[in-house]
Design a binder for this molecule. Structure first.
Ligand code: ADP
Length: 259
């Protein structure tokens, strides 16, 4: 497999008063170039820790993470990160928020403006480009955060429960939009979610993790064609895979008391 992201025996432990707490235990996983992988598992099983390693925000206690075959030593422009909390600057308009990340690159000012405008258009926010985040709904704020990541044109998107705070309809719309963009740009996507339906709908593989210690539990292939549609969501095969993922997660959740 042509791995875009490679976790090689990564572990993370934190010191406690008496000993250490293992947040992540010896995880090895390859994510292929242009693959869409979702990660599910009970709270505290290390999903964010694992993604943080790919983002360069969490340093493993042992093992290493490679992106494009190179060890990750910190954040980089080829990896865009999107969190559940929109992390927008409240005093900047949508356009200025999206341009912000681009100003850290060596692009010319006109190029910054046109890239930002394209990303804003892609997420359907053109009419709102000059308003402040407080005037936006939750879904629109998240679109803005997504536009900011898209604008930099990263090869890898790392998304940590990006749609977790949104209502069901907005969520479905953003899922379809994300898949649409992914099918055109063919980025590599690693996407954490609590929502089993969302995990199956988006991914070609669902990574199920277990807690205490955080570890890989099971990898479930999603053999459903793209583009994914409402019909696929209602198909028996989708239901079968969703049940398999749900049982794997539920098995963990019932075996361990979680927060
Ligand atoms: P998840 O994303 O699956 O909910 P996390 O990766 O956020 O899990 O956390 C995994 C475990 O590591 C949790 O039990 C969490 O409390 C613990 N943890 C995360 N960061 C720290 C930290 N800085 N210090 C101590 N424990 C931490």
């Amino acid at each position: 497999m042509n791995a875009k992201i490679s976790f090689r025996n990564v572990s993370k432990s934190y010191p406690l008063k008496n000993g250490t707490f293992t947040a992540l235990d010896e995880v090895s996983l390859d994510i292929a170039d242009r693959e869409f992988v979702t990660v599910v598992g009970p709270s505290g099983c290390g999903k964010s820790t694992l993604m943080g390693m790919a983002a360069g925000l969490v340093e493993p206690t042992s093992g290493e993470t490679l992106v494009n075959g190179e060890p990750v030593t910190g954040p980089g422009p080829e990896r865009g990160v999107i969190f559940q909390q929109y992390a927008l600057f409240p005093w900047l308009t949508v356009r200025k928020n999206v341009e912000f990340g681009l100003r850290l690159t060596d692009l010319s000012a006109p190029e910054v403006r046109s890239r930002a405008a394209r990303a804003i258009d892609l997420v359907g926010l053109t009419d709102f480009a000059d308003v402040l985040p407080k005037a936006l709904s939750g879904g629109m704020k998240q679109r803005c955060a997504i536009a900011r990541a898209y604008a930099v044109d990263p090869q890898v998107l790392l998304m940590d429960e990006p749609f977790g705070a949104l209502d069901a309809l907005t969520r479905v719309q953003l899922q379809d939009q994300l898949l649409d963009t992914w099918s055109k740009d063919q980025r590599t996507v690693m996407f954490i979610t609590h929502d089993v339906d969302e995990a199956v709908y988006l991914a070609s593989r669902v990574i199920v993790m277990a807690a205490r210690p955080g570890r890989l539990f099971k990898i479930i292939d999603v053999d459903l064609a793209y583009p994914r549609t409402e019909d696929i969501r209602l198909s028996p095969e989708f239901g079968r895979i969703r049940n398999e993922v749900w049982h794997s997660v539920y098995h963990q959740a019932s075996a361990v008391p979680t927060a």
